[in-house]
Design a binder for this molecule. Structure first.
Ligand code: ES4
Ligand code: ZN
Length: 335
């Protein structure tokens, strides 16, 4: 198909990928062996069994439970580097030119892993991708919203030196959504915005499993300039107008939404509505090893569902560059 050729070569930016979510079953078992990690008794025993399990998530929490077990095999700096490099190399072949990647420091520090080695490993892979793959890269630290905001605050404080060095470029908020509303983290974001370098950008997951009110409330109380997922925004026309007017980009993850049963089918992701209202959005993989597709697979799934024309794709690609947290000079190269 000519369109898949076109989408492969279209320069793509990814703004919503959790590096821990790029852990392929084969690497998971390899690292478990290398690090002598005992997986839980009820954990699938083979690559095939694990892949099968990934096709049957009930909801976000069902996925997160496995995602946190997966993390437990990551121990050394080399593990974090290997993980990120495998993702970057694969995505580069799919036409990825710029990535802003999330990670969950609390998921590692809380099981005794040194923060220095988590950041160090990820950074080595990202710097290598800039040199060898011609990519631009950014790193975004996320707070886990199922943990107490007081611990989020301590995490922000522990990150101050890394933000100052320019190694970390943004802050986000992820994990279980519905039971942990945005207001819980107002003071964390307030503290971060008042104490970290002014170049730091802010985003949060909202409107994935929760409704459009979590998107509205996140914008109101967190001081963020982007929304991760945000698909439920489409239920509120006033919010849609606000997103368009304020130029708030949604980082949409079609295959994730399908696997976590946020939608029954990719065709229910409100892509057409976003285009109609002029709400900027990008297309992303979220947790590609768990959700059955990397960046290009997500673009192709959207194309299969919506049959967009070339002009619409160029508009999407341009918005995705425009919404990136990079210099104007780099944007020009990416357009
Ligand atoms: C996540 Cl899909 C999703 N939603 C919320 N938190 C997450 N962490 C990793 N993937
Ligand atoms: Zn996510």
């Amino acid at each position: 198909l000519a369109t898949s050729e076109f989408l492969t070569h279209l320069p793509k930016c990814e703004h919503h990928v959790h590096l821990e979510g790029t852990l392929e079953p084969s690497l998971l078992f390899q690292l478990a062996h290398r690090n002598n990690i005992q997986l839980p008794d009820d954990f699938p025993k083979s690559v095939e069994a694990l892949q099968y399990r990934y096709q049957n998530f009930k909801d976000l929490q069902d996925f997160l439970n496995l995602y946190y077990v997966g993390m437990s095999v990551l121990i050394t700096e080399q593990d974090f580097e290997d993980l990120a490099w495998a993702y970057l190399e694969k995505s580069s072949k799919q036409g990825l030119k710029h990535v802003e990647a999330f990670f969950d420091p609390q998921g590692h520090v809380d099981r005794g892993i040194d923060l220095e080695l988590v950041i160090g490993g990820f950074r080595k892979a990202l710097v290598r991708a800039e040199k060898e793959l011609g990519m631009s890269t950014k790193l975004i630290m996320c707070l886990l919203r199922h943990l107490p905001p007081s611990e989020g605050l301590a995490t922000i404080k522990s990150f101050a030196p890394y933000y100052k060095k320019g190694w970390i470029h943004g802050m986000g908020l992820d994990s279980s959504e519905v039971e942990f509303p945005p207001e819980l983290f107002t003071s964390c974001y307030q503290y971060a915005r008042s104490s970290l370098p002014k170049e730091v950008h802010y985003t949060a997951h909202a409107g994935e499993e929760a409704g459009s009110d979590y998107v509205r409330r996140s914008l109101k109380c967190l001081g963020i300039s982007r929304i991760d997922h945000g698909v439920h925004s489409a239920d509120d026309p006033e919010l849609m107008k606000q997103l368009a007017e304020r130029d708030i980009m949604l980082t949409v993850c079609p295959l994730s939404n399908k696997r976590l049963q946020v939608v029954d089918d990719v065709s229910q992701v409100p892509i057409r509505k976003f285009l109609e209202y002029g709400v900027p959005f990008s297309i992303n993989s979220d947790d590609p090893a768990y959700f059955g597709g990397y960046i290009l697979d997500n673009y192709l799934a959207v194309q299969e569902a919506f049959k967009l024309n070339v002009d619409e794709w160029i508009k999407i690609a341009k918005n995705s560059v425009r919404g990136s947290w990079v210099s104007e000079k780099r944007k020009k190269d990416l357009y």
